[in-house]
Design a protein around this ligand. Structure first.
Ligand code: URP
Ligand code: ZN
Ligand code: ZN
Length: 487
C-alpha cells in the first residue's frame, strides 16, 4: 500500500520565503513529504507549469450574517465557501456578529449551526462585539477566547454597533489580559453623521455622496484615536479595511514607533475609486461600502502599503448584498445613500485580481503575495503553521495556479449568490485551476468536487501577534496596569 493519498509532481511550490521545484506528498490531509518522491500516490497530479501556493486565508468576510439594520447577506456558508474555494481560498474567517442583548455563546452557537452543514472549506470565526457590558467583557469574552475564538472586531461607527472610547478601553484591556487580537473598524461616527445630515438637508442623497459623508478625515481621526487607546494599554490591534492614504500613514507612524499595530486592506481599495459610485441612477449603490473607495492618490498609496509591508493582511471584506430589494435596495427603489446596505462582494476575486495586478504585472513579489493572502493571516489569527504555508506537518491546503490563464470577471461566472460584481469586465491573468483543502480536491476543471458540510471548524490558538510588547510591558505600572508613561 502506498504511503501517499496524493502526490503532486513537477510544480513549483511557493511560500512567503522561497520557490522550489519539488514534489508534494500528502497523507491524511497533511503534507508529509516535500522533495523527490519515487513512490506512486493513490492519486497523482501533474503540476508541470503550475505554481503551488498555500491555500488562501480570507480573514475578513461576512457570510450568512444579518447586518445591524437587519439585512441578510446573499451568501450562506455553502455559496460563500464555494465561491472562496473557486478563487483559491481554503480557509475563511467570517464573523459571528453579536447584536446588542445577545450572549456571545448564543451567537457563536447559531453561526456554528449555520456553517457546519454547509461549509466546503475550513472556517473559524471572529466575534463582533456590540455590547461591551461588564458581563460580556468580563465573563463571556474570556470563555469564548478560551474556546478558540481568539480575535474579535469592534466598531467606532454605526448606531447599533459603535463603542465609545471608554468601552473600547475596557475591550482592549480584556484583549490584553486574554491575549486576543482586536480588529477595529475606524471611522469617526459623529463626523459621518454630521456631514450626512448636511448633505441630506441639501438634497444630496445619491450614492456618490456616501463617499463624501465617509470623509477620509473621519477615517484618519478614528485610526489615530484607536492607535492611541491601544498604545495606552499596550494592546496589539489590527485596523481593518484601510482605504485612505491618511489612515495608512497613521498606521505607518505607529509601526515606526515600534507599536504592534497592524493593518488590513481589501480589493475595493486597489481596484475601485470614488468615481465608481458616481453612476447613473442608483447604480453607484453597488459600490457603496465603508470606508468607501477613495481617489487615485489613495489607491496608489494603498498599493504601496501592500507592497512595502505596512499592511499585514489582504482580505476581501466580502459583504454581499444583491442589487435588489433583498440587499442594496431594501429601503426602497431609490434610497438616500445612508440607507444603502454597506458592502461589496469579493471573496472569489480577492486572490486572482491581486495576483494579476500585483504579481503578473510586476508590482509585487510572489512571496509577498503569499504573505498577505495566506501566511500573515495564519500568524495574525492563531492558525500558523497548520495553515498558511507549505511545510511538512502543515495541512495540505494548496492552490495550483496557472500563471498564464486569463479570466474575464463576470458576475454570472462567479460562484457566490450575487447578481453583480463591482469588478465586471476586469481581466485577471493567473488563476487557481485546482484547489485542495486538507488533501481533498475541492475544485478541479472548474467543478466543485466535495460535499456541502465537508469543511471543518477551526479552534484557533492565541495569536503570537496578540502578545503585548515586552518593551512596554516593562513600563506597565503594576498597580494601575496601564502604561506608566501616560500617567
Ligand atoms: O461596507 C462594509 N465594509 N461592510 C461590511 C461591514 C464592515 O464594516 O466591515
Ligand atoms: Zn467594518
Ligand atoms: Zn467587513
Amino acid at each position: 500500500m502506498t504511503q501517499y493519498d496524493l502526490v503532486i509532481r513537477n510544480g513549483q511550490t511557493v511560500t512567503d520565503k522561497e520557490q522550489i521545484k519539488q514534489d508534494v506528498g500528502i497523507k491524511d490531509g497533511k503534507i508529509v513529504t516535500l522533495g523527490d518522491i519515487a513512490e506512486q500516490g493513490t492519486r497523482e497530479i501533474d503540476a508541470d507549469g503550475l505554481l503551488i501556493l498555500p491555500g488562501g486565508i480570507d480573514a475578513h468576510c461576512h457570510i450568512e450574517q444579518k447586518s445591524s439594520s437587519g439585512i441578510m447577506t446573499a451568501d450562506d456558508f455553502y455559496s460563500g465557501s464555494v465561491s472562496a474555494a473557486f478563487g483559491g481560498t481554503t480557509t475563511i474567517l467570517p464573523f459571528a456578529a453579536q447584536h446588542r442583548g445577545q450572549s456571545l455563546r448564543q451567537v457563536v452557537d447559531e453561526y456554528m449551526a449555520c456553517a457546519e452543514p454547509k461549509a466546503v472549506i475550513d472556517y473559524g470565526f471572529h466575534l463582533i462585539i456590540s455590547d461591551a457590558s461588564d458581563d460580556i467583557i468580563g465573563q463571556e469574552l474570556p470563555a469564548m477566547i478560551e474556546d478558540g475564538i481568539t480575535s474579535f472586531k469592534i466598531y467606532m461607527t454605526y448606531d447599533d454597533l459603535k463603542l465609545d472610547d471608554y468601552e473600547i478601553l475596557n475591550v482592549l484591556a480584556a484583549a490584553r489580559r486574554e491575549q486576543a487580537m482586536v480588529m477595529i473598524h475606524a471611522e469617526n461616527h459623529d463626523v459621518i453623521r454630521w456631514i450626512t445630515e448636511k448633505l441630506l438637508d441639501q438634497g444630496c442623497g445619491a450614492p456618490r455622496y456616501h463617499a463624501i459623508a465617509h470623509a477620509q478625515i473621519a477615517e484618519k481621526e478614528a485610526t489615530h484615536r484607536a492607535i492611541a487607546l491601544a498604545e495606552l494599554l499596550d494592546t496589539p490591534m489590527l485596523v481593518v479595511h484601510v482605504s485612505s492614504e491618511a489612515a495608512l500613514n497613521e498606521i505607518r507612524r505607529a509601526q515606526e514607533r515600534g507599536l504592534k499595530i497592524y493593518g488590513e486592506t481589501c480589493p475595493q481599495y486597489l481596484f475601485l475609486t470614488i468615481d465608481d459610485l458616481d453612476k447613473d441612477g442608483m447604480d453607484g449603490a453597488m459600490f457603496c461600502c465603508s470606508p468607501p473607495p477613495r481617489d487615485k492618490q489613495s489607491q496608489e498609496a494603498i498599493w504601496s502599503g501592500l507592497i512595502d509591508g505596512s499592511f499585514t493582511v489582504f482580505s476581501s471584506d466580502h459583504a454581499p448584498y444583491r442589487y435588489d430589494s433583498s440587499g442594496k435596495l431594501s429601503a426602497g427603489a431609490e434610497p438616500t445613500f445612508d440607507k444603502i446596505a454597506n458592502g461589496v462582494p469579493g471573496i472569489e476575486i480577492r486572490m486572482p485580481l491581486l495576483f494579476s495586478a500585483g504579481v503578473t504585472q510586476g508590482r509585487m513579489d510572489i512571496h509577498r503575495f503569499v504573505e498577505v493572502t495566506a501566511t500573515n493571516a495564519a500568524k495574525t489569527y492563531g492558525l500558523y503553521p497548520k495553515k498558511g504555508t507549505i511545510a511538512v506537518g502543515s495541512d495540505a491546503d494548496l492552490g495550483l495556479w496557472d500563471p498564464e490563464k486569463q479570466v474575464e470577471i463576470k458576475a454570472d461566472d462567479l460562484h457566490d449568490n450575487m447578481d453583480y460584481s463591482p469588478y465586471e469586465g476586469m481581466i485577471a491573468t493567473g488563476w487557481p485551476i485546482t484547489v485542495i483543502s486538507r488533501g481533498r480536491i475541492v475544485v478541479e476543471e472548474n467543478e466543485l468536487k466535495v460535499e456541502r458540510g465537508s469543511g471543518q471548524y477551526l479552534k484557533r490558538e492565541r495569536p503570537e501577534a496578540a502578545k503585548p510588547l515586552e518593551k512596554l510591558v516593562k513600563e506597565m505600572n503594576p498597580e494601575t496596569n496601564f502604561n506608566a508613561k501616560f500617567i
